[in-house]
Unconditional design. Sequence first.
Length: 110
Amino acid sequence: MALKLLHEAETDDPILSVVNLIDIFLVVIAALLITVAQNPLLSPFAQRDVTVITDAGKPSMEVMVKKGEKIERYRASGAIGSGDGEKAGVAYRMKDGSIVYVPEAGERTP
């Protein structure tokens, strides 16, 4: 009879559920730390330069460039393809991967 009471006291201990909650929180915190460490813009350990483009080709496009510890953000004005300018020539990619620029007729080469 004494063994049965001792066994029931162990299963009804409220501190055991608290220990389980602490274990769950530790797993969640570890997962969040791993996620932050893998983000190239937030990671203090990443020594390389990173460029991130969001919403490419849309009016809400944004480019973030990380060089060392400095992060620069560039936002699109929403006016894609507008502005003063003229066609300068044509560029062709060759089979070997090189690019050849051919200026338009009447254009001077630098």
